[in-house]
Design a protein around this ligand. Structure first.
Ligand SMILES: Cc1cc2nc3c(=O)[nH]c(=O)nc-3n(C[C@H](O)[C@H](O)[C@H](O)COP(=O)(O)OP(=O)(O)OC[C@H]3O[C@@H](n4cnc5c(N)ncnc54)[C@H](O)[C@@H]3O)c2cc1C
Length: 404
């Protein structure tokens, strides 16, 4: 029997396995991942990772390996505009401001982050079983039993479900969600441009949704381009020439000639909040607990905060000789994380509704709000601290750069 079984070997699943094992090496931990081993290497996307989360990667000891691939975001520009506007008025700038002596975020290629986490799992002796899905659950008094797609079963004292926003484990555990679809999809791709971006990220609030340009190393940028779902699917299926022309209308010519160099993919966007994060011997983390709109690039960062809070809860319980799968222990994790998650879910929902429309009074009100934030240094640094995740009072130890 295992002490902890993690289902889902994405960034959140791998991180929770590593965080617990580093602090409590005697615990027997394994990860089950549905995709075959080579699939993660094909992920061409990158994620904006906030300063607090990079502190956790430092504690893991893998930041030095990731940093050469990571592009610091030194500056951020926010505009509220229509595509027909000849000049996009800038309402908010985070110019060179850093939190805690570091950039408030980095753009990290997913492959670099997952590769480093996988290497660390290997060094710590955490087995990752590939090409296996969890197909059922049975909860007992002292253990939980997971049925696997190869017909075998695995017993564990605790199961952590990190199987993404469409979590089947969440369904097996009987946990309901609050869910809605935005009718929007986020097109993700990578572009190469002639001129350097100088670490500047841009978010343009266009009527169909936010259009984000996020800097990568070597004159490249990652795009998260929100459109109504039908339009997004049409654009992704379109010829490269049509796609690049539509892209240029939104991107502008500031960085010179553009070339799409990554695969184009559209991700349907919705809000999914689990009504409970825990059940006896069972905990949800990452997108399995909360899938939010990428408008503020916080989805994975929320997942990393789950990782740090859950690992701290489990390790402290273990040190006190308590049962790590007991519901009263897991409820501590739930009360730590549920409010923050709910608040972020609602904030991204409101932001998306506020900005993804072109109604004149709403435009005036939101531009007035952005203008105020830009002109008041105290308010601005408050928002930067919030965005970097460094000022939260409830930060778990790993997100403050401390070991558990
Ligand atoms: C367009 C877009 C842009 C985004 N940009 C950002 C950003 O810049 N910054 C940020 O912080 N967040 C961003 N996000 C959110 C971020 O991608 C997610 O929050 C993150 O991927 C969640 O990680 P996870 O490990 O919880 O889930 P996932 O990455 O979905 O991983 C789940 C894993 O579980 C496996 N799995 C599923 N079912 C089973 C099963 N039954 N058995 C075994 N394994 C299973 C899957 O194969 C997968 O590997 C963005 C999201 C979108 C859609």
């Amino acid at each position: 029997m295992l002490d902890m079984l993690v289902v889902g070997g994405g960034y959140v699943g791998l991180s929770v396995a590593v965080a617990v094992k580093q602090a409590a090496p005697h615990l027997d931990i394994a990860v089950i991942e549905a995709a075959p081993d080579h699939v993660w290497k094909k992920d061409m996307r990158a994620s904006a990772i906030i300063a607090a989360a990079t502190k956790m990667l430092e504690v893991f000891g893998i930041w030095d390996e990731i940093e050469p691939e990571a592009q610091p975001i030194n500056k951020m520009i926010v505009t509220d505009s229509r595509m027909s506007d000849p000049v996009r008025p800038i309402f908010l700038t985070f110019d060179g401001e850093v939190a805690d002596g570091r950039p408030f975020a980095h753009m990290i290629p997913n492959v670099a982050m997952v590769g480093a986490l996988r290497g660390l799992c290997e060094r710590l002796g955490i087995e990752i079983r590939h090409g296996l899905s969890a197909t059922g659950l049975k909860t007992g008094d002292t253990s939980i039993e997971v049925s696997l797609s190869d017909g075998s079963t695995q017993q564990s004292r605790l199961l952590v479900a990190c199987d993404g926003v469409r979590s089947t484990l969440r369904d097996f555990a009987g946990i309901k969600t609050v869910t809605w679809d935005y009718g929007q999809s986020g097109i993700v791709t990578t572009v190469e441009h002639e001129r350097p971006h100088h670490g500047c990220a841009e978010e343009h609030f266009l009527p169909s949704g936010p259009f984000a340009i996020l800097p990568l190393r070597n004159n490249r940028s990652s795009l998260v381009w929100t459109e109504r779902t039908n339009d997004a699917n049409r654009l992704v299926a379109a010829d490269d020439l049509v796609f690049e022309e539509e892209l240029e209308r939104r991107f502008g010519h500031k960085l010179g000639a553009l070339k799409v160099v990554g695969a184009k993919r559209a991700f349907p966007l919705g809000l999914t909040l689990a009504r409970s994060f825990v059940a006896p011997r069972f905990a949800l983390a990452g997108d399995a607990a909360h899938g939010i709109h990428p408008i503020s690039g916080q989805g994975l960062n929320l997942g990393f905060k789950d990782v740090a809070a859950l690992a701290e809860t489990i390790v402290e319980a273990d040190r006190l000789g308590l049962d790590i799968g007991a519901i009263n222990i897991l409820e501590r994790y739930q009360s730590w994380r549920r409010f923050d998650t709910f608040r972020m879910g609602v904030t991204t929902d409101v932001l998306n509704r506020l900005f993804s429309n072109d109604t004149a009074p709403i435009r005036i009100a939101r531009d007035f709000g952005l203008g105020i934030v830009d002109r008041l240094p105290g308010l601005k640094s408050f928002f930067i601290g919030q965005a970097a995740g460094t000022t939260a009072r409830d930060n778990p130890r790993l997100l403050s750069g401390q070991t558990i």
